[in-house]
Design a protein around this ligand. Structure first.
Ligand SMILES: NC(=O)c1ccc[n+]([C@@H]2O[C@H](COP(=O)([O-])OP(=O)(O)OC[C@H]3O[C@@H](n4cnc5c(N)ncnc54)[C@H](O)[C@@H]3O)[C@@H](O)[C@H]2O)c1
Ligand SMILES: [Zn+2]
Length: 351
């Protein structure tokens, strides 16, 4: 499928077993001689050799750069480490960087690509469900600061995204469900069909059996929204459904108690419960969300109070003055933006 961004347009290739063919696919989008493959210390031992082999067979000179797994790697220190490795490998501006991993590797490696030598071409090979349906599409790349997540970054589109759904078989169930929360979000804001599909999926193995459909639908929805609003000034904000409170949940739990998807799930549910009571959302929508979250082991309640969760809102990138834009559902599959004053914000969440 294609993400339409004028001269920056690129393709997302989705198929089982694609990892073994990535070299040939990448050859079509670059004239590079050297390819640096950035990955983490869990993903590389699982899939690194397959990717390196395919790249070598396609004629590239390759070098892997393996970083420790986990969010703490999205740091200035690790970015600096990558710059050093890229320089040592002697990459020129015509060469290429490949990210092989989840959102952490994609965001960090993407920012390195955006900035090293004022910009190298890069290709994403996402290996978590979250990265396959969300972070690898849309061109946001970033690192964290001690003051907050994703505070330093860029909009920088890849040349290609290569998605092999088979790699999802080795994910921890909690990481799989984390990514699924974003799929549920797409269903809520744009596509009742994908929401109903998930309602009918029996369990994780049935989910994985039909995961191409889910990935394709999700990338389609995100790609379309991004194509209309690359720089996040309007409709792209729809993608923040559940995220305002979700960020609060992640923060309250010091980013260890709840995953991002778990926070987003709680956020989607809390806002929908509230807007249903306010008469803004079709009755029964919240219950559908709650049942689906529950089926995939995503929490439907947390131990924090609303004031605790809304504390961090002042740092929210979506805040403007004393107003903030939140996303609400008119009904399933129909998200819309709503500007509310910060003082009214607590009315829009029922825990
Ligand atoms: N750029 C964007 O638009 C965007 C959107 C959403 C999230 N993000 C970012 O994405 C990050 C989270 O990404 P994530 O959830 O993919 O986390 P992650 O990259 O930390 O991966 C989660 C864990 O799964 C492991 N893993 C990855 N692929 C695996 C596989 N196939 N088999 C077994 N283990 C595997 C990783 O080593 C890691 O331990 C956050 O930093 C978030 O800010 C970015
Ligand atoms: Zn998210």
């Amino acid at each position: 499928m294609k993400v339409n961004l004028g001269v920056k347009s690129y393709e997302i290739k989705i198929a089982r077993g694609l990892l073994a063919d990535c070299g040939g696919l990448i050859k079509h989008v670059t004239s590079a001689h050297k390819v640096a493959v950035v990955s983490d210390d869990i993903v590389f031992p699982l899939y690194g050799e397959k990717v390196l082999l395919s790249l070598r067979q396609a004629g590239f000179q390759v070098q892997e750069i393996v970083i420790p797994h986990g969010e703490t790697s999205k740091s200035m220190e690790m970015l600096n480490y990558l710059y050093g490795k890229l320089a040592d490998f002697g990459l020129s501006r015509a060469d290429l960087l490949v990210t092989l991993g989840g959102g952490v590797v994609g965001d960090l490696g993407g920012l390195a690509a955006a900035t090293f030598l004022r910009g190298l071409d890069f290709v994403q090979i996402p290996t978590t469900l979250l990265a396959q349906v969300d972070s690898s599409v849309g061109g946001k790349v970033a690192i964290d600061l001690p003051q907050g997540k994703n505070l330093v970054g860029a909009f920088y589109q890849p040349k290609l995204v290569v998605i092999d759904p088979e790699v999802l078989a080795t994910l921890e169930p909690r990481v799989l469900h984390d990514g699924l929360a974003e799929v549920i979000k797409y269903g809520c804001i744009k596509d009742e069909g994908i929401f109903s599909y998930l309602e009918q999926v029996a369990d994780d193995s049935a989910l994985l059996a039909g995961i191409e459909f889910i990935i394709e639908k999700s990338c389609g929805i995100k790609g379309e929204i991004v194509a209309q609003d690359e720089f996040d000034k309007g409709q792209r904000m729809l993608l923040n459904f559940g995220h305002t409170l979700g960020h609060g949940v992640e923060q309250a739990g010091a980013y260890t108690r709840f995953t991002h998807g778990e926070g987003v799930g709680l956020g989607m549910l809390a806002v929908t419960r509230a807007t249903e009571q306010l008469g803004l959302t079709a009755a029964g929508t919240g219950t559908r969300i709650e049942k689906l979250l529950h089926k995939f082991n995503l929490p439907c309640q947390c131990e924090y109070t609303l004031p605790e969760l809304l504390q961090g809102i002042m740092l929210d990138k979506k805040r403007h003055g004393d107003k903030i834009t939140i996303v609400v559902l008119e009904g399933m599959g129909r998200g819309k933006l709503l500007e509310v004053s910060l003082s009214d914000l607590p009315k829009y969440f029922v825990l």
